[in-house]
Design a protein around this ligand. Structure first.
Ligand code: ATP
Length: 426
């Protein structure tokens, strides 16, 4: 082992001056890295570190420990990259938070809606991280903001292939993110919005209306406002989605990370009362390869069923008769324009519900369990109770085996198939 490698495996101590940040990454699957605060004050993406507590990080972790006043940190285990950064955009992010707090105070006085902020930008610029920092700072001030995650590929709420919202009542856990208590989840079924923009628009409108209703009856959340995280698809239809989000969520502030072109386009296209603000991305944000993104998606689904290192979950596996279930897929094959029935638009087939018959193609697919109790018309627009995974399909016996977080019976017999798959290797 070289000297350099040797150094990385040792227990290391870092003394950080005010406004500095320790950045590290863990890549190796077999490695665990432990962080502890020896003295001073520090935070990870807006969550304060408890002095003396040991935080564990595994493969895929890309972490920044920032200090406003200076601190001493200890790192144990082998990191792949580790360095102290002197330049960070934390002061700018903190100023954004202060401006939002001002608006929340005003909203509280007037008993109206607090700021709705949407964070946009290309891939890997730190959109989720900025959203997390703003939410953490808000909740540390005693606010109860709503977090909306529209990134169906790398979102932080529920599993990939969904859009959803969460009432934030406490700061994110440093190693596990925000607590997923009673999230409001809509099934989209794809990791990328491009796959079905018509469906995506319906879901965002539905989510926005649902949140509006919830804020009507929750004064504290109403004044705290909403933080919306978006995906990195910002061209063509993706850009139109951003404009649509601005409208349906009644966005007041758009934070544009890293891309001046997008900033200028938005300034041109959104109404004047929407403030568009350009922010530098942090030099620490790490670009993720396609395979790292796929691995992160897989990990989120695994955690949904099996929990995390700290809090394991024990899912159930059971058979269901095909006749007991109604499994749908959203989107029918396209019909040539010339054959479209009167009044039907070319894109309408994308939001058509198709009832599936038993088939092996369902194997390993995620199925969303709908809350819908009324007719077929409402299935797409109704939020979901949770997810199961198909681990076996027995065509002869007309049985399907499901991996489920809950024991039998399912809360509803209406299921919707997702494009996303999960190989249960436990
Ligand atoms: N200051 C930092 N130092 C080190 N790592 C960071 C820092 N900020 C963010 N990261 C890491 O960089 C990665 C990408 O950040 P993030 O997920 O916020 O980007 P994004 O723009 O939301 O990505 P996406 O393209 O998926 O929408 C994450 O793993 C995050 O933990």
């Amino acid at each position: 082992m070289s000297n350099q490698e040797d150094q990385k495996t040792d227990i290391q101590e870092f003394k950080l001056e005010a406004d500095q940040e320790l950045r590290f990454e863990v890549e190796s699957k077999s490695e665990k890295v432990y962080l502890s605060l020896k003295s001073g004050l520090a935070e990870v993406f807006g969550t304060e570190i408890v002095k003396g507590k040991l935080y564990e990080f595994t493969a895929g972790a890309k972490i920044a420990v920032f200090t406003w006043h200076g601190c001493v940190l200890e790192i144990r285990g082998k990191t792949d990259v580790i360095y102290v950064a002197k330049e960070t955009p934390m002061v700018v992010y903190s100023n954004c938070h202060a401006a939002l707090e001002f608006m929340r105070n005003e909203a509280e006085k007037e008993n109206c809606k607090g700021p709705t902020v949407m964070v946009v930008g290309p891939c890997d610029v730190g959109k989720s991280t900025v959203s997390r920092i703003l939410l953490n700072y808000a909740v540390r001030e005693g606010r109860r903001p709503i977090y909306v995650d529209l990134d169906s590929g790398q979102g932080q709420i529920s599993i990939p292939g969904t859009v959803g919202a969460l009432l934030i009542e406490r700061p994110a856990s440093i190693d596990e993110g925000f607590a997923q208590e009673a999230p409001l989840i809509y099934h989209f079924g794809h990791k990328s919005h491009e796959k079905n923009t018509a469906l995506f628009s319906i879901l965002t409108t539905q989510l926005a209306n649902n949140i509006k209703d919830k804020l009507e009856v929750n004064k504290r959340a109403r004044a705290s406002g909403i933080v919306i995280n978006t995906c990195g698809w910002i061209k063509g239809e993706g850009y139109k989605q951003l404009l649509n989000n601005t409208k349906v969520f009644e966005v007041d502030i758009i934070l544009v990370l890293d891309q001046e072109r997008l900033y200028n386009e938005l300034v041109r296209d959104v109404p004047d009362f929407v403030k568009v603000i350009f922010l530098q991305k942090s030099g620490g944000v790490v670009e993720r390869s396609k395979s790292a993104r796929a691995e992160a998606r897989d990990q989120r689904i695994r955690e949904y069923f099996y929990g995390t290192l700290r809090s394991s979950l024990y899912p159930h596996s059971f058979d269901m008769k095909w006749s007991e279930l109604k499994i749908y897929k959203i989107g029918a094959p396209a019909i040539p324009d010339s054959c479209l029935p009167l009044g039907m638009k070319p894109k309408d087939h994308m939001t058509k519900l198709v009832l599936l018959s038993p088939n092996l193609g369902l194997l390993h697919h995620i199925l969303a369990v709908s809350f819908c109790e009324s007719g077929e018309d409402d299935i797409i627009k109704t939020h979901v109770a949770g997810f199961v995974c198909v681990t076996n399909v027995d065509i002869d016996r007309q049985l399907i085996t499901l991996l489920s977080p809950q024991p039998k019976p399912l809360p509803n017999n209406i299921l919707i198939m997702s494009d996303l798959q999960f190989m249960d290797s436990h």
